[in-house]
Design a protein around this ligand. Sequence first.
Ligand code: RP5
Length: 189
Amino acid sequence: MMQTSGTAIDLGEMAMKEVDEWLQPTQAQVGVVMGSQSDWETMGEACKILDAFGVSYEARVVSAHRTPHWMVQYASKAEERGLKMVIAGAGGAAHLPGMIASCTSLPVLGVPVSSRQLSGLDSLLSIVQMPGGVPVGTLAIGPAGAKNAGLLAVRILALHDRQLAAKLHHYIQSQTDQVLADADLQKAK
Ligand code: RP5
């Protein structure tokens, strides 16, 4: 039971246990959080990149609207737990990335998840229009944005990790080589 200015929120034993675990020190470098399980299909693209580069991460549902108190705890403890940055994805009234950024000084990358009603334009505007003083590095809507959030996280971490920087250079070179190898469209016929 957590008491918050007159409101009693019973989170149940299971939830308490899980949340306790979330607040322990971690070896993970990146926290990948999203507003709902329904965001996972998109946010999984960020995790695939982190997996490919061998960057450790934790992936959690942390909702700004449905679990606001835990969101504040997660974000305010992120740095002391050992995380180096947070990738936050959300759709619709996507307040999660901005609120996470409000509660930590770690870099926060925001991914607008495509919404059912407005195809993610609502998510994009909610995430990108932060007030001066509270930055969120906002990526493109949807899977490409999530993939690039993973790659941007790798680029930031690679500044202080030579091995990771070498993998990154290799990745970029392979991507270029692949495009050039497939560039002759008549040959491909
Ligand atoms: C947001 O609401 C989530 O980030 C998600 O993109 C959207 C819809 O959530 P569900 O209704 O699918 O749980 O908070």
